[in-house]
Each structure stands twice: as structure tokens, then as C-alpha cells.
Design a protein around this ligand. Structure first.
Ligand code: ZN
Ligand code: ZN
Length: 404
């Protein structure tokens, strides 16, 4: 039995870029580490979630870890909250939220409160409170965005939005969608009216009004979701799992799955992240774990920025760090792939497949010699992300026999 390191290069896949000689950023990158692993291993293409699906990093990582997204993906609320680094636990209900401007006659005038440019930490903590034994926590996101997490017993996510989704209307009363949700809806309505009282008088808004700016005096909530109940990773696979990731949302998913979240020094979740440190930390985590997931976020950030040169450069930097893995050959199964494509020409996630390599030693080797979107077409694998774990279990001699 071997241990497994799975490296997910976020948003790795791309399309041909004119300024890179009609190559993808991965093709254009100097990548001797990845190419060595491709030559001495097997490669192919992986379809994140399913063919042509434009998956998010959340759904895609869930699927890569072998969870059925249709069953466990419970709405964006909890994942957005985890993305802001909030602690979301089993039974919690989470929402996406916006600070908005409510006029004196109670109607929403601006759903984004003038796209708030200042930090809302202060008002978020002012409206975090305990009500009837339920903890309401609000944390700021970018600009007017925030997330709300309710923590307490007997909560239900079957409640409607308070967000009217258009201006000129008052915020909606939160309604239960089934009888089990009555208390949650009632608590939310009481909470939101307290929030209005606090925000109307808060110095943050007094200052804004003084400057003639729209107040952030309403918290509009939407997309209620319950923290997903994810089968324990360690039990599911009989492996002790860990992750070394820089982005809070993926750390949140792994933590819900019962994996250990290991922090590596210098890891930021941005393009300036210390990849050497990340890989070194992953390798030392193998001492007391059987499976380590690593996420490298840089390629996705560059893809959203439509910056192919930056994407090529972060791939080169990551490749340099990956060379530490070459010494593990024969002892550890190393797999490298993406969670989806984020083409620089598109600026967002696309449904294009991603390259995949498995470098195991003692396993089959196929004719592919390089690791990129085009070279991996000559590799032998064509799999969906949901089958990756099973495949890795097989090449690490951990799979159970099916039948006699
Ligand atoms: Zn992603
Ligand atoms: Zn992305």
C-alpha cells in the first residue's frame, strides 16, 4: 500500500493564447518537474464533475474527493461563509448577505449601499449576537458583501430570502418553507429587525449620511443553506487525510470531511504564495497521514485576471516546488490535475477538461511525455472527477475487491 499526494492546480486548464504563440499558459511554461512525472507516469484528461460542466471550486473539490455533489452541495451560503474563513459546523445554517440602503419609507434604494468601499468589519461585529440561544455571526466579504452563519440547535435552511432582489420594494419577511422551519424564520425576522435598529443608529452610517453617501442600514440575506453533512473521509477511504491549502473555502470543505487542515508557512492563497513551503509541508504531513490534498490557487487567479503571462509564471514557480516530489517515486502515488479550467481568454471557469497525471512507480506508463492540455490527449486516462479517488485507491493498492 502506498500513500497518496493529490495536487490540485486551481483553474489550471486553458485555451490557446495568441501572445503565447497559440499555446496555453501550461504549454508555454518551463515545467521539467511536471514533464518528468508525465513521462514516467500515466496521463489523460479529467472532466470536473461531468463533461462540459462549468464547476465552481467548491463543487469540483467535493467531486474530486469522491462526494456526490448532487447530494452534498446544499446551496452557496455555507460555502461562501467558509470562503470568508467562517467556522461552519454540522447543523449550522448560512446565508449570503449584502449590505443595502433602506430609505425612510422602508424601501430598498440601493442593494449594494453604493458598493461600499470601506471595511465593514465594524458593523459586522455590531450585528453579530446571540438570540434565544442561537449565535448569529456576520463576516465581511468584498465591498457590500457579507455572510451570515446561524449556529444553534434545531435550525432549518428551508426559509425564504429577505432580499427582494430589486430596488423600490421593502425587504421581505422571511417565511418558513415547511413547518420545521417556523422557529428559524421567526428568529431571523426578529434578528433582522434588531439589525435595522443597530445599523440605523450606528456611527458608521451617521458618518456616511454626513458625507451624502447611501447608508448600509439593511442586511439582505439570501441563499440559505445548511452545512453539508459530508461522510467522514477517513472512514470512507480507510485513510487518514489531510490538506495543505491556502483558500479558506477548500479548507472548510476538508475540515467538514474530517480531514486535518495543515497550515504551511508563507502560504497565502494568492499568487505570491510560497509553493516550496507548501510542498515541503505536504511531504512531511505524509509521516502521519495516508492522503494529502494540496491546492495551488495561483493559476485560477491569473485566469480570472485574464493574465496568461502571470498564469504561465505561477505554473513555473509551482513546477519548481513540485520537483521535491520526484524523490518520492515508488513510495508515494503523486497525482496532479486541475479542479476546472479558467481560460485567460474567458476570465471565468469553463467546462473544458483538465490534464491529469499519475506518477506512481511500479504502475503502467503510457506514451504521453509532457503535462499539458494537448499532450495529455495521448495519455490513457479519460475520467470524471468523481472517479479519481477510486482510481488513486487502485494504483496505491488500497482498493477493495468488487466481487469474488
Ligand atoms: Zn477552482
Ligand atoms: Zn475561480
Amino acid at each position: 500500500m502506498k500513500k497518496i499526494v493529490l495536487i490540485v492546480m486551481d483553474g489550471l486548464g486553458d485555451r490557446p493564447i495568441a501572445s503565447l504563440g497559440n499555446r496555453t499558459p501550461l504549454q508555454a511554461a518551463f515545467r521539467p518537474g511536471l514533464n518528468t512525472m508525465a513521462r514516467d507516469g500515466i496521463t489523460g484528461l479529467m472532466f470536473p464533475v461531468s463533461q462540459g460542466i462549468r464547476s465552481g471550486s467548491d463543487t469540483s473539490h467535493l467531486s474530486i474527493l469522491g462526494y456526490d455533489t448532487v447530494k452534498v452541495y446544499t446551496g452557496r451560503g455555507p460555502f461562501e461563509a467558509m470562503g470568508l474563513g467562517m467556522d461552519v459546523r454540522k447543523g449550522d445554517v448560512a446565508f449570503r448577505a449584502n449590505f443595502a440602503s433602506r430609505s425612510k419609507d422602508g424601501k430598498i434604494e440601493d442593494r449594494r449601499a453604493g458598493r461600499l468601499s470601506e471595511n465593514t468589519e465594524e458593523i459586522c461585529s455590531a450585528i453579530s449576537m446571540v438570540l434565544d440561544g442561537v449565535q448569529f455571526t456576520v463576516k465581511p466579504g468584498v465591498e457590500h458583501r457579507a455572510a451570515l452563519v446561524m449556529h444553534g440547535p434545531g435550525l432549518s435552511e428551508k426559509v425564504t430570502d429577505s432580499d427582494p432582489h430589486e430596488t423600490g420594494l421593502p425587504p421581505r419577511e422571511v417565511k418558513p418553507m415547511d413547518s420545521n422551519a417556523s422557529r428559524t424564520a421567526e428568529l431571523l425576522n426578529r434578528y433582522l429587525s434588531k439589525v435595522r435598529e443597530i445599523l440605523d443608529k450606528h456611527p458608521f452610517n451617521v458618518k456616511r449620511s454626513g458625507k451624502g453617501e447611501p447608508p448600509a442600514n439593511e442586511l439582505l440575506i439570501r441563499g440559505a443553506g445548511k452545512a453539508p453533512e459530508i461522510e467522514d473521509f477517513n472512514q470512507k477511504y480507510g485513510m487518514k487525510g489531510a490538506c495543505v491549502v491556502g483558500i479558506p473555502m477548500i479548507a472548510g470543505i476538508c475540515s467538514l470531511a474530517g480531514m486535518d487542515v495543515i497550515k504551511a508557512p508563507g502560504v497565502t492563497g494568492r499568487v505570491d504564495s510560497d509553493y516550496e513551503s507548501k510542498i515541503r509541508t505536504a511531504i512531511s504531513a505524509l509521516r502521519d497521514h495516508d492522503f494529502v490534498l494540496v491546492n495551488v490557487k495561483g493559476p485560477d487567479i491569473a485566469g480570472h485576471d485574464r493574465n496568461p503571462e502571470l498564469k504561465r509564471d505561477v505554473i513555473e514557480k509551482a513546477d519548481q516546488a513540485f520537483r521535491q516530489l520526484l524523490g518520492l517515486k515508488g513510495e508515494v502515488v503523486v497525482a496532479v490535475t486541475g479542479d476546472h479550467s479558467t481560460p485567460c481568454t474567458y476570465g471565468d471557469h469553463s467546462g473544458d477538461p483538465v490534464p491529469l497525471l499519475i506518477y506512481a512507480g511500479g504502475n503502467r506508463i503510457d506514451p504521453s511525455e509532457r503535462f499539458d492540455e494537448v499532450s495529455c490527449v495521448s495519455g490513457s486516462l479519460r475520467i470524471q472527477s468523481g472517479d479519481l479517488m477510486q482510481y488513486l485507491m487502485n494504483v496505491s493498492d488500497r482498493a477493495e475487491k468488487y466481487g469474488a
